[in-house]
Design a protein around this ligand. Structure first.
Ligand SMILES: Cc1ncc(COP(=O)(O)O)c(C=O)c1O
Ligand SMILES: [Zn+2]
Length: 397
């Protein structure tokens, strides 16, 4: 038994079935180059006893430490992340008869859900003896890595697309990270980062190219499970999708809970993307096994401008196996949703975080969600850094 109680056993590649020892740093599968996912010893686990103990633990994501990879408490770099509220929203004219819930990760450290993945991945990186970390990012992941890197006293380099807001770059620098602004999208920033970091002994924290950020994202699903009264999970979870880690993480959480005998029915997962960059929704509609890169991506939601998500098989599998689906939204609809959430609900959502609300009318029109259901909208980031007027001008000029 480890000091934290972590049940981590190995890292496995679902593409070629290779297994790897988790006690030293690894990125992707050494055999085939696909994503590695952590596995846990769920068979011998007293999951019912665990559930009874949870409510007495601190309200951070570390309350799920048995299902997280970190082995020693001293490795943990925490800023109090996790356990964000689930709010009930008013009925929307766009979705009559649907009970709307919103989980608000805009309240997490650094203002987005990226704190979850980075808290866990940076803690594990420190535990495995890493010193220098880098990440290509549309913004939020870079800020979160910079903050957790500062907390853990590790060096951080962030590679952002050239158009990334100065405020984001300044925030990374304030946390002590080095920032490189390069390329049009995260795809070019990532290619440049990997090339220029070669041979420097640094570690790539790109989403799904290392195994532990998705473990942090998994806590979104664990929290939804724990926060749902009497095990009454929402029928559907609607999620703004860029790199797809959130969907993969939530689906992983639900399958682990199901294997441990704690969950009977997995909520349907819906991927929402802007109509100017929707490779995942297109692949879902076309029934493809992988995502083909999106040409000329354009959207006001930086975190959703991911033309070629890396682990597309895992993303599509998470949506399909949960019997969910997807929808696209216009940039104007994203901005309208930011304004409605703020003025009629008091919720501050980033353009990405507002996407699920913006997608409601399409989801109901397509028959993907139905009157009488409970639907949870995932707000992944705070809207405070954004000016809706400025975003609107950026589309219409
Ligand atoms: C606020 C926000 N929401 C959603 C996303 C997309 O997340 P995922 O990679 O889990 O699809 C991002 C990614 O940068 C983001 O910053
Ligand atoms: Zn493999």
């Amino acid at each position: 038994m480890t000091e934290t109680g972590s049940l981590l056993t190995s890292l496995e590649c679902r593409a070629c079935c290779s297994e790897f020892e988790p006690s030293h740093p690894v990125g992707v599968c050494a055999t085939c180059g696909h994503t590695l996912l952590a596995t846990y010893d769920l068979q011998q686990w007293d999951s019912k006893g665990w559930l009874a103990k949870l409510s007495r633990r601190p309200a951070t994501l570390w309350r799920y430490r048995e299902l997280l990879p970190v082995q020693r408490s001293e490795s943990i770099a925490s800023l109090g992340e996790g356990f964000s509220p689930i709010l009930r929203l008013k009925e929307s004219a766009d979705a009559p008869g649907i009970q709307l819930l919103l989980k608000d990760d805009g309240l997490l450290p650094t203002g987005s859900f990226k704190a979850r993945g980075m808290a866990v991945a940076v803690s594990r990186a420190r535990e495995l003896g890493l010193h220098e970390l880098f990440v290509p990012s549309a913004g939020n992941a870079g800020v979160a890595l910079a903050a957790y890197g500062a907390r853990a006293a590790l060096q951080v380099r962030v590679y952002v697309p050239m158009a990334t807001a100065d405020s984001v770059q300044a925030a990374c620098r304030a946390y002590g990270a080095k920032v490189h602004a390069v390329g049009e999208t995260i795809r070019e920033a990532g290619a440049y980062a990997r090339e220029s970091e070669k041979g420097r002994g640094s570690f790539d924290m790109s989403t799904l190219r290392e195994p532990y950020r998705v473990e942090g994202k998994k806590t979104m699903g664990l929290e939804i499970f724990e926060q749902s009264p009497d095990g009454e999970m929402p029928d559907a979870i609607v999620y703004p999708t860029g790199g797809g880690t959130g969907l993969v993480g939530m689906y992983k959480a639900f399958t682990e809970l199901r294997s441990a005998g704690l969950l009977a029915r997995i909520p349907r997962l819906y991927a929402i993307q802007p109509d100017g960059c929707a490779p995942v929704v297109r692949a879902l509609r076309e029934g493809s096994a992988t995502v083909t890169p999106w040409d000329q991506p354009a959207t006001v939601a930086p975190g959703l401008m991911v033309p070629a998500p890396f682990a597309s098989e895992r993303i599509l599998e998470s949506v399909r196996e949960s019997h969910g689906g997807g929808a696209t939204v216009s940039d104007d609809a994203l901005i309208d949703a930011m304004l409605t959430l703020a003025s009629s609900e008091g919720v501050s959502a980033s353009p990405e975080g507002a996407a699920p609300y913006a997608a409601l009318s399409t989801l109901i029109h397509d028959g993907q969600i139905h009157p009488g259901e409970t639907v949870l909208l995932y707000n992944t980031g705070s809207g405070l850094p954004f000016s809706p007027d400025r975003l609107r001008n950026a589309i219409h000029t």
